[in-house]
Ligand binder design. Sequence first.
Ligand code: FAD
Length: 339
Amino acid sequence: MIGSGATAAGMGHIVAMDDSEAQFALTRYSQQLWQELRPTLPDDVEYEQCGTIWVAADDEEMAEVWRKHDYYGKRGVPTQVLDTEALIRHEPNLRAGMWGGLLVPEDAVLYPPCAARFLMERAQEKGARLRLGAAATQIGQGRIRLTDGLEISAEVIVNAAGASSPDLLPGLEVRKRKGHLVITDRYQGFVNHQLVELGYLKSAHSVSSDSVAFNVQPRRTGQILIGSSRQYGAEHKEVDQEILGRMLQRAYEYVPGLKKMSALRTWTGFRAATPDKLPLIGPWPGDKSIFLATGHEGLGITTSLATGRLLADQITGRKTEIPMEPYLPSRATKEFAHA
Ligand SMILES: Cc1cc2nc3c(=O)[nH]c(=O)nc-3n(C[C@H](O)[C@H](O)[C@H](O)COP(=O)(O)OP(=O)(O)OC[C@H]3O[C@@H](n4cnc5c(N)ncnc54)[C@H](O)[C@@H]3O)c2cc1C
């Protein structure tokens, strides 16, 4: 099914991120492509430009607010520094005693499965043919073999199988990184922005241990989506009560009122993680018929449109809008070999 992998499990936060220049360039470019597409998005995509507030719980995190404010400002992304009072005015249900926050008003949220369906329909209008119900078992040398026995020949094959992409290219350095989410009943107006703790950066950066971070999102329905966790080496999709408990505990520390809410559903999904935290977009050096669009970890909804654009530009030989080198799969064979 279209959008059946991590896309169906993710949060749909469209966010400009500054972990590295390359990550910023890709997320911001893609965010702008989402803004361009916005007037054509159907209602069920639920695109809402609610903004992000990065919440600072101590002075160290407040220093990070100012650093981020400076970084984004220099690159043309509007932000607003909130002191304690302004933060509580924006989000009255945050616990008292926070140091402040950074509001990034152009960040948005959307509902990924409907966005994926919409993009697929547009591709079909332009002549794409969709074939569901048979997985690829082998790709390469301009041929794709499917589980139903069919073989398709193609000049260009794009491996966009997310966390399963190494199944089709053994040796590809993409690992599953499991995440949990919880969705509540409807509590309209309880949270107004995507709220993320600044400590989130520490947990998202950790490349080994399990981690949880406070990250909540208001849905148009009034529901609140609560995240998030990150785990390597947990390859079963069952909910892990221990990590779920830790994740909710973290959320209660920031928004105590969440404790009283009813949760409707809990689920997990697998991010496709690369060692250098950047996606793999472009030709695969081992086989000239194969291109990659994978390894987007926790940013693949944000960066989906830029990924499509960069890939199309590379395949057709057009000049790319942003430098494509940081995302080229050829780095995987050079750098990762020494990682
Ligand atoms: C808990 C969680 C929260 C997240 N939150 C956010 C967020 O807020 N913002 C954001 O930008 N990103 C977020 N992400 C990341 C985002 O969801 C992913 O990066 C993105 O969905 C990846 O899309 P994809 O199309 O590459 O992979 P997927 O959505 O996993 O799609 C891969 C597709 O390939 C298909 N497939 C697999 N193997 C085969 C095969 N052999 N043959 C044919 N087809 C195959 C699968 O069926 C699937 O449809 C989150 C992820 C998780 C898990």
